[in-house]
Design a protein around this ligand. Structure first.
Ligand code: NDP
Length: 448
């Protein structure tokens, strides 16, 4: 991936200078700019309107102190973030990540990606992301609640059902969303759909939990079909064992594939007979334990320490569903050598630029995150609609809408890749289709 256009190169340099020490954010901007070269050449009006200069600068960045007290009465201080990136096409929307690796650059890369992803969903949602360097692992329920309430004591000022609607992400599941939503309601004294991923008893949407993983497989199915392939009989690797990974594994299996490996941040399991997802759900969703425990259910399976080893297992389709930059150039080379034909991304930016180059050099069909994992936020959009209507749709209704949305996302990527002379490059297609809609809206709204 190399940018040749002088205007884009200059803007990238300026963006680097303005955002030092944030490699993940620069990586995300570089990838988008690489795809936008033909757009910049064709749409001088968007360049003249300063859309690109504005799109790489968040509308608002909020950083705050999050003090909380543990079960032994000891005070801890974490840092909280909310980056409201772009509201051109709708209220800010994007999840909250709780992980020790979180800093401003991670939240900015995620917020930037979210702008294009939300645009692709066809729903009216702007882009944002938030989070904290708090580590939920090993904390009691009480400590999690203390943290979430303290986080919301600041966040509530900046969000609202028509302004900014957060959701889950790594480390933020139904439990954390519940605590944050409860505190918001208490502080504002109003019940509104200010969060998505809520529990079903209090305004959550059926199929939201499954949506990112299912949506990933719906998108991948479309992409496979367009290339005369299917999931049927294929060997699949799914990294991670969190929300996205579990439901990607379930849907891929329903589509006739055999998922043979999953992982967490300590290591991976390989079960040549196909992953027993009930066991994984029990370990991860109920007991909140490590993936290694899988051997207690299936002693014949293998466990290996370290995360990247999962990509050395021969497969037809790889679905990275853990975290950013989990597949590097080396791992991508091994995947290709072992016959992998498709990589479709459940996690955000799981492939390094070197890995993406390997996919293209080796003819691997590549489904980029901002399109392939957009089913989660799309269903969050459907949750917002249900909250506004004060209605709950059935699982089947939401799932049908999700299927339709993933189909249209693939179509948009495919058509944009053809229109701009890069047929089959769905990364370029996703970046271009996502960008054009936001850029037109920004231009129409003037210098804001
Ligand atoms: P979860 O917290 O539910 O699960 C994350 C999984 O990834 C866990 O198995 C975790 O292992 C593993 N993981 C986290 N960090 C690392 C690491 N550094 N190395 C290896 N494995 C790691 O998160 P989600 O499933 O919600 O999110 C996964 C990815 O999908 C993220 O990139 C997220 O941004 C993206 N995404 C999520 C959406 C959603 O709806 N939830 C929507 C769109 C994208 P461990 O338990 O050991 O930490």
């Amino acid at each position: 991936m190399a940018i040749k256009n002088a205007y884009l190169l200059d803007l990238l340099e300026r963006t680097k200078k303005r955002n030092p020490g944030e490699p993940e954010f620069i990586q995300a901007v570089t990838e988008v700019f690489t795809s936008l070269e033909p757009v910049v050449e064709k749409r001088q009006d968007l360049v003249d309107a300063g859309v690109l200069e504005r799109i790489v600068e968040p509308e608002r960045q909020i950083m705050f102190r999050v003090p909380w007290v543990d079960d032994n009465g000891k005070m801890h201080v974490n840092r909280g973030f909310r980056v409201q990136f772009n509201s051109a096409i709708g209220p800010y929307k994007g999840g909250i990540r709780l992980h020790p690796s979180v800093y401003l650059g991670i939240i900015k890369f995620l917020g930037f990606e979210q702008v294009f992803k939300n645009s692709l969903t066809t729903l009216p949602m702007g882009g944002a992301k938030g989070g904290s360097d708090f580590d939920p692992k090993g904390k009691s329920d009480n400590e999690i609640m203390n943290f979430c309430q303290s986080f919301m004591n600041e966040m509530y000022r900046h969000i609202g059902a028509d302004c900014d609607v957060p959701a889950g992400d790594i480390g933020t599941g139904a439990r954390e969303v519940g605590y944050m939503f409860g505190q918001y309601k208490r502080l504002r004294n109003e019940w509104v759909g200010v969060f998505t991923g809520k529990g079903l008893q209090y305004g959550g949407s059926l199929a939201r939990k499954e949506a990112t993983g299912f949506g990933l497989c719906y998108f991948t199915k479309e992409m496979l079909q367009a290339n005369d392939m299917s999931f049927e009989g294929k060997t699949v690797l799914v990294s991670g064992s969190g929300n996205v990974a579990i439901y990607a594994c379930q849907k891929a299996t329903e589509f006739g594939a055999k998922v043979v490996a999953m992982s967490d941040s300590n290591g991976y399991i390989y079960d040549k007979n196909g992953i027993d997802l009930d066991a994984v759900k029990q370990i991860k969703e109920v007991e909140r334990k490590r993936i290694k425990e899988y051997l207690n259910y299936h002693p014949e399976a293998e466990y290996h320490e370290g995360c990247s080893g999962i990509w050395t297992i021969p497969c037809d389709i790889a679905l990275p569903c853990a975290t950013q930059n989990e597949i590097n150039g080396e791992s991508a080379k091994i995947l290709a050598k072992n016959g992998c034909k498709v990589v479709s991304e459940g996690a955000n930016m799981p492939s390094t630029p070197e890995a993406i180059d390997e996919y293209f050099n080796n003819g691997i069909i590549y489904g980029p995150a901002k399109a392939a994992n957009a089913g989660g936020v799309a269903t969050s959009g459907l949750e917002m609609s249900q909250n506004s209507l004060r209605l709950s749709w059935s699982f089947e209704e939401v799932d049908e809408k999700l299927k339709g949305i993933m189909k249209s996302i693939f179509k948009a990527c495919d058509e944009a890749s053809k229109e701009y002379g890069m047929e089959g490059n769905y990364m370029a297609g996703a970046n271009i289709a996502g960008f054009i809609k936001v850029a037109e809206a920004m231009k129409a709204q003037g210098n804001v």
